[in-house]
Write a protein that binds this ligand. Structure first.
Ligand code: F6R
Length: 251
């Protein structure tokens, strides 16, 4: 495993640190392709990026690409990832919504939508990909058992992921059962990957991904084969690692 692992005091420091690296990529290449995740882990990163935009970072030419989208929600549902990205990314950063690409979970032909999204991602050549990790080790919605050669596809959410994500829905039964997700090989095509985990419930998944064998039981362990992975954890998410990294103070 060649990943750089940073442990920070809290989610705010994780956000500032990861956002500064995304900003470096954008400053070097104003029309960068940035892969974005949804869920709670990246929220502090988007907040930090919004502050950078307010103080002069120009993101006008950046193209943003989502990892995944639920299937089966009504169009415009507030928990669809299109709607979530609108709330956490498009509005705070003042983006043109046309620059934010999300797999079409509402398409009548989902297989075709998946194939088209895979082509879009590979053509975009993602410069930097942001990833969260599921408590079961998923990346995107590649659940345990997903092959490392998988491409963007329609797939099922595991029961553990449906339980984890029930916090966003009025009732656990309302959590969608399927989704469109970039495959593991699609994710690995990014030039650089930023994996983020916040909270003790991510500890075992992080330890399996970084210190365990590469195995489809831990989809995130596929990252061990990527040459440019940086992992940003808060102290609690690092608690299951065998090595004590200590928290890095930010300036
Ligand atoms: C979201 C995604 C998922 C999440 C993961 C962690 O686009 O692809 O893999 O990153 O489920 O979610 P949080 O951050 O809410 O714990």
């Amino acid at each position: 495993m060649t990943a750089v692992i940073d442990v920070h005091r809290d989610a705010l420091d994780v956000g500032r640190s990861v956002a500064s690296r995304i900003a470096e990529v954008i400053s070097a290449r104003p029309d960068a392709a940035v892969g974005v995740a949804t869920g709670s882990s990246p929220e502090s990163i988007y907040q930090a990026l919004a502050e950078m935009v307010a103080t002069g970072l120009d993101v006008g030419q950046v193209q943003w690409y989502a990892l995944d989208e639920y299937v089966g929600l009504p169009q415009g549902h507030p928990e669809s990832y299109r709607a979530v990205l609108d709330r956490v990314l498009v509005r705070p950063l003042g983006l043109d919504p046309a620059t934010v690409h999300v797999p079409d979970g509402f398409a009548s032909d989902l297989e075709q939508a998946a194939a088209e999204y895979d082509i879009l991602i590979r053509a975009a050549q993602i410069d930097i990909q942001l990833l969260g990790i599921g408590s079961n080790g998923h990346i995107g919605f590649n659940e345990p058992g997903s092959t490392f050669t998988s491409s963007t596809r329609v797939t099922e959410l595991s029961e553990s992921t449906r339980r984890d994500n029930a916090r966003y829905f009025a009732h656990p039964d309302l959590v969608p059962r399927s989704c469109l997700t970039q495959g593991i090989s699609t994710i690995l095509s990014a030039a650089a990957i930023e994996l983020v985990a916040i909270g003790a419930n991510k500890g075992p998944a992080i330890a399996a991904a970084l210190e365990g064998p590469t195995s489809t039981r831990s989809p995130a362990s596929a990252l061990q084969s990527h040459r440019h992975v940086r992992v940003s954890l808060d102290t609690s998410a690092s608690s299951s690692l065998s090595h004590d990294f200590g928290a890095v103070p930010l300036p």
